[in-house]
Design a binder for this molecule. Structure first.
Ligand SMILES: *Cc1c(COP(=O)(O)O)cnc(C)c1O
Length: 389
């Protein structure tokens, strides 16, 4: 990234600011699946769009630059990016993975990788002692997610990287919640950054996409081979949508983060809310560590009501947020992890991780914070009241 530019300026003024041939101020969408070779002896840069496509490449280079990496990869979903990165592993290898991991990643590790002889251990990644104790001779990857989903737990990235390097393991980090606008893990020594670009990067609930970035050329070559071999590449229309969303990433995320802080404080002081999980609150367990490794607290928070009945009442009475899976959009999204993102996880595992039936997750959008707070206050007034039919 050009050092003289701040992050938000760079989002707009970069190599793709205009098309060199036409001056077009939007990246052209190149639909071609195949490319004519003009010279029999020397083939051109592109041959077939699974292997390389100029529109996808614009996105791949953009995310690599924003994350401070050497090479980026665009996939057909966040899970495709994560699954392809796991293909760096071989039979007999072991993954150490955060117990607070995204539900889909949990499923890939426990149901799929396990069938290919890849072992795994879930640990509380916020506890460096527990991490150190569970590294084995065959541990090849330590997998982090911070802030984590849905309890916003904070992992000390530098601490885990140090342990990983001492044992010759790679570190993967799912940076979906923060994006490079707030957190750049490669700069802290992480090897592979993964994204569901479906969320904040694209930002408008209209595309499913995944990204991966590495900071080492050799690792980049391996991941490129896997992307090309497995073939779960992102389509060009979708690549363009992510590029379009990225232009407003900074302004969206910073505005929504400010609102998230206001909403977290409101919920924290509300008698019907048992607990609020937001790294921006000074009493949050990982507050200091997060400040030390990121530029902001993000736009996602979770809070706990008494039980499923309380959640049902609240959801039935809120008017602004959509009640849905996903996050990171212009509109606020209220999710119910127990029945949505973590439905794939057995109830026992779920509750062990604190994902109880009273937990709700909120991804704060671009509505006025005051409107959201008034909406929640109104909905909470119905919680706990006895209704006699
Ligand atoms: C949504 C999400 C994923 C999966 O991404 P898809 O684009 O839905 O495949 C992975 N990690 C996190 C943290 C997510 O929120």
């Amino acid at each position: 990234m050009e050092k003289s530019f701040s992050f938000q300026t760079h989002l707009l003024h970069n190599k793709w600011k205009m098309d060199e041939e036409t001056g077009a101020v939007s990246v052209p969408i190149q639909h071609a699946s195949t490319f004519h070779q003009f010279d029999f002896d020397t083939f051109g840069k592109y041959d077939y769009s699974r292997c390389g496509n100029p529109t996808r490449e614009a996105l791949e280079d953009t995310i690599a630059e924003l994350e401070g990496g050497v090479r980026g990869f665009a996939f057909s979903s966040g899970m495709a990016a994560i699954s392809t990165a796991f293909l760096l592993l071989s039979k007999g290898d072991h993954v150490l993975i955060t117990e607070d991991v995204y539900g889909g990643t949990y499923r890939v590790v426990t149901d799929v990788l396990s069938r290919f002889g890849i072992e795994y251990t879930f640990v509380d990644m916020t506890n460096l002692h527990e991490v150190a104790c569970n590294i084995r001779p065959n541990t090849k990857v330590i997998y982090l997610e911070t802030p984590s989903n849905p309890l916003l737990k904070i992992t000390d990235i530098r601490g885990v990287v140090k342990l990983a390097k001492a044992h010759g393991c790679l570190t993967f980090l799912d940076n979906t919640f923060s994006t490079p606008a707030l957190q750049r893990p490669l700069e802290l020594g992480v090897d592979v950054v993964l994204h569901s670009a479906t969320k904040f990067l694209a930002g408008h609930s209209d595309v499913v996409a995944g990204l991966a970035v590495v900071r080492d050329e050799q690792l980049g070559k391996k991941l490129y081979q896997l992307q090309n071999a497995f073939g779960a590449v992102l389509g060009v229309q979708d690549a363009w949508l992510v590029l379009r969303g990225l232009k407003t990433l900074h302004v969206r995320l910073h505005y929504a983060s400010q609102s998230a802080m206001k909403i977290a404080q409101f919920l924290k002081n509300h008698p019907k809310v048992e607990e609020v999980y937001y790294p921006g609150l000074s009493n949050h367990q990982g507050h200091a560590i997060h400040r030390n490794q990121a530029d902001g607290f993000g736009a996602v928070l979770s809070f706990r009501l008494a039980d499923e009945d309380a959640v049902r009442t609240f959801v039935q009475h809120v008017k602004i947020p959509v009640f849905a899976v996903s996050l990171g959009a212009v509109e606020s999204i209220l999710s119910y992890p127990a029945k949505m993102s973590h439905a794939a996880m057995p109830k026992k595992e779920r509750e062990k991780r604190g994902i109880t039936d009273g937990l709700l997750r909120l991804s704060v959008g671009l509505e006025a914070a005051e409107d959201l707070i008034a909406d929640f206050e109104h909905a909470l007034s119905y919680v706990g009241e006895k209704h006699f039919a």
